[in-house]
Design a protein around this ligand. Structure first.
Ligand code: HEM
Length: 409
């Protein structure tokens, strides 16, 4: 089997074939180098080493001094407009800049803040299922999975109701940037739309920031723009970039876990039965297993800051490595029978939320809370809920994204 992870044709293959290819790469002694291919609108770099084993992904995540998140974590090189919009985003930064931003925004994901959101998340899930029952089943993504995460982010930021339609409109356009377009013309058109949509959203949140700095409320924007005990707060640009990051990081990922999750539960009826035999007991680990099995973010990149030996591979300063989370999550030395969905397995070391280290997903607990609440509402009210066909996937090397999923209840 010819395997070229830098070739977009690889990412067109069905998921099963891709998993088989990664299993082959994991058998090799050293990480393989893939020279970069020319991709419309993305600058071609020199290529990357693919980290496909669990231990390698963990090592690179943990050792952020050697494996830098700067200048960016996407692969291939992001186009200039992405840097413009996400430039001040902490996901693309190393310490001390990263640590400062993370310190400021971590407050908004504290257990207390998340507990305060629960009744709102429950109300949103009830409304989504009410609407579903009234409308009848068409597409699980647009009717269910896509609705909750964006609603929760808007609530955290206390986006005024009259602006929410605009946010919803822009978000679908702006978060599609990781998808691969069929043609250069379409790429150019989409990139233009993406950038304008994201910049419009940033302007909106910066304006809110100014209003809330003068008249703070209990929401996330107020928290971020007013100084805390150490006198730390976000600048306008940092607030705009953080909002963009939340929309991209917190929206697609949770929605894709929920969408893939329905198909997985449909394909594994015994696991679903086990889950429903004691929902509270099993749901926590079932969500971890879903995130492991799906790996909603398929890859992030790091750039090597000094010569380093990784499992006998001599990396040079400036080399790029790409961390393939989906492959690490199916490493047979850590997860026996990795292609089996098993809600009782030991899932603790999965890297679906990133490896251990400074960039570990900030929103992991929020994502868990959203998925748990949504599934409780769905599976208890609609016991006949199931997927009725294959999902339509977005062509992307980054986002394991479901565009649509036929279903019934
Ligand atoms: C199932 C859902 C999710 C998955 C699979 C996921 C996955 C990830 C991964 C793999 C990273 C690591 C980036 C790296 O190491 O470079 C990350 C970081 C991050 N995630 Fe998530 N995420 C999810 C949900 C969320 C949600 C709901 C939010 C917020 C609303 C969020 C916000 C973030 C942020 C802000 C970062 C950057 C952290 C930093 O650089 O310090 N994520 N996520």
């Amino acid at each position: 089997m010819h395997i070229d992870l830098a070739d977009l044709d690889f990412w067109r293959k069905p998921l099963k074939e891709r998993h088989e290819a990664f299993a082959r790469l994991r058998e090799l002694e050293h990480p393989v180098f893939f020279p970069e291919k020319k991709v419309p609108l993305l600058r071609s770099g020199k290529g990357f080493y693919a980290l496909v084993r669990h231990a390698d992904v963990v090592e690179a995540s943990r050792n952020a001094k050697i494996f830098s998140s700067e200048p960016a974590v996407t692969n291939p090189e992001p186009p200039g407009w992405i840097k413009q919009v996400f430039g001040e985003s902490m996901v693309n930064m190393d310490d001390p800049r990263h640590a400062r931003l993370r310190r400021i925004v971590t407050r908004s994901f504290s257990p207390k803040m998340l507990a305060g959101l629960q009744s709102d998340i429950e109300a949103a899930c009830t409304r989504i299922v009410d609407d579903l029952v009234a409308e009848g089943p068409r597409d699980f993504v647009s009717q269910v999975a896509a609705r909750l995460p964006i609603h929760v982010i808007c609530d955290m930021l206390d986006i005024p109701q009259e602006l929410r339609d605009k946010v919803h409109q822009h978000v679908d356009i702006s978060t599609a940037y990781t998808g691969v377009r069929p043609s250069l013309a379409r790429s150019v058109q989409m990139a233009g739309q993406n950038m304008l949509a994201l910049l419009a959203l940033q302007r909106m949140v910066i304006k809110l920031g100014h209003e809330r700095a003068a008249d703070p409320k209990g929401d996330l924007v107020s928290l971020l723009v007013t100084a805390n005990v150490d006198g730390e707060k976000l600048t306008d640009k940092e607030l705009g970039s953080f909002f963009s990051l939340l929309l991209v990081a917190g929206n697609e990922t949770a929605r894709n876990t929920m969408a893939h999750g329905l198909k997985i539960l449909t394909d594994n009826p015994a696991q679903r039965e086990l889950l429903m035999s004691d929902f509270d007991k099993h749901i926590g680990n079932a969500i971890e297993e879903m995130v492991r099995y799906v790996s909603p973010i398929m890859q992030f990149r790091r750039t090597v800051t000094e010569d380093y030996s990784l499992r006998g591979l001599e990396l040079k300063k400036g080399d790029k490595v790409v961390l393939f989370y989906g492959s690490a999550n199916r490493d047979e030395t850590v997860f026996p029978n990795p292609d089996t969905f098993d809600i009782t397995r030991e899932t603790k070391p999965h890297v679906g939320f990133g490896g251990p280290g400074p960039h570990f997903c900030l929103g992991a607990n929020l994502a868990r809370q959203e998925i748990r609440t949504m599934y409780r509402e769905l599976l208890t009210r609609l016991p006949g809920l199931r997927a009725t066909g294959e999902p339509e996937l977005l062509l992307s090397n980054f986002d394991n994204s479901v565009r649509s999923q036929p279903f019934t209840f």
